[in-house]
Design a protein around this ligand. Structure first.
Ligand code: SF4
Length: 363
């Protein structure tokens, strides 16, 4: 694996920001129904639709479903917002998701419950450093994960999500292209292993997935040998190596209905359990361990920035119109080129295949 050692990642800053992320205000049960009702009215009155990520609090996931919005991964959220007739899209997620929605729908108003919701991958990849690195390697194609700023997307040749990354990189590798991959080192390492492509890997990481521990996972599996192990590829390679299924959030949810196991150990943000339980109500889900040597419980399997989204700030942004996401129109246009490349590629794949073969084993 060729991780780019020369790239500085300010781990201390990222982890301080993660520690400092303020979780959404709790709502007492007596107030909750009223607040939910108010949000529903506001969504209608503002001609707005709510799109929530799988990792946000289940209240926001339920609200999105109940009001004709969607619960999905970052790309589908943006696609849904684009296709929906609403003039305002409220993004329950982190900032790069709001930006991606704005890139796809520059004419719409994009609101978020809290604009301070960061992502450690996005923070790991500063646009100026990334751009310089690309300039120094003009012979390489720059492929970036969706978890990046609009500026980084604008500088890249391709934007990919975890569900399509393997296919895009394999396609480029078969054309003889060498790659700069940013920003997640583990996802990049996984894609490199599966495709054999020549990739320089940015050393970024996700504070949630980085914390999963392989030895403890092995021990937990011994206690539950019947359990299937589901792993998001932002996790360390030794954790990925133990997986029955490696996949994006959507792919992992699909796996719980397709695999015969009654129990699953899940290595990704525990917010996903809401949709997993909905998909397979009689199955049991166990969080993959984050304890052991070096454990800091920085996230405890729940993204501190996703946790900033709540009912109170959601109602507030709808009431006031505050927390609007802005992307420089020129940057947005450039970023759209690399996003569109992926969307067109995905469309071609769909046309070639009769139903996506199972993403479960991208090898
Ligand atoms: S879970 Fe990780 S990758 Fe996802 S938003 Fe949080 S920090 Fe970023």
């Amino acid at each position: 694996m060729k991780t780019i050692e020369s790239i500085p990642i300010d781990k201390a800053r990222i982890e301080n920001l993660a520690r400092g992320a303020k979780p959404a205000l709790p709502v007492i049960r007596a107030e909750k129904e009223k607040l939910i009702q108010r949000i529903k009215e506001l969504l209608k009155a503002r001609n707005a639709v709510l799109v929530s990520h799988y990792y946000v609090d289940e209240d926001l996931q339920i609200l999105a479903d109940e009001t004709g919005g969607c619960v999905s991964d970052s790309l589908e959220m943006a696609r849904f917002g684009y296709a929906h007739e609403a003039k305002t899209v409220v993004v329950g997620g982190v900032r790069f998701m709001g930006e991606t929605a704005k890139i796809l729908s520059p004419e719409k108003r994009i609101l978020m419950p809290d604009l301070g919701a960061e992502c450690s991958l996005d923070l790991s990849c500063k646009a100026d450093v990334f751009s310089k690195f690309c300039d120094a390697h003009p012979d390489r194609t720059a492929v970036v994960y969706a978890n990046t700023s609009a500026e980084v997307k604008a500088r890249a040749d391709w934007v990919v999500t975890s569900s399509i990354g393997v296919k895009v990189v394999r396609h480029l590798h078969e054309k003889g292209e060498k790659i700069i991959w940013a920003p997640d080192r583990y996802l990049g390492g996984y894609i490199q292993k599966v495709t054999g492509a020549d990739m320089l890997l940015w050393p970024g990481y996700c504070v949630v997935h980085d914390a999963f521990k392989s030895e403890e996972l092995e021990a937990l599996h011994k206690k539950h040998p019947e359990a299937g192990i589901l792993v998001h590829p932002e996790s360390p390679m030794e954790v990925i190596d133990q997986a029955d299924v490696v996949g994006s959030t959507t792919q992992l949810i699909k796996a719980v209905t397709e695999l015969p196991n009654e129990v699953f150990i899940v290595a990704t943000d525990r917010g996903i359990f809401h949709k997993m339980k909905e998909a397979a109500p009689n199955k049991k889900f166990i969080e993959a361990p984050i304890g052991g040597i070096g454990a800091s419980c920085l996230s405890c399997a729940h993204c501190p920035w996703m946790a900033m989204n709540g009912l109170v700030n959601l109602a507030h942004t709808l009431e006031t119109g505050k927390n609007e996401v802005h992307v420089d129109p020129e940057i947005g246009k450039q970023a759209m080129v690399s996003v569109k490349r992926m969307l067109d590629f995905a469309e071609q794949l769909k046309m070639k295949a009769t139903g996506d073969a199972n993403i479960i084993s991208p090898a």
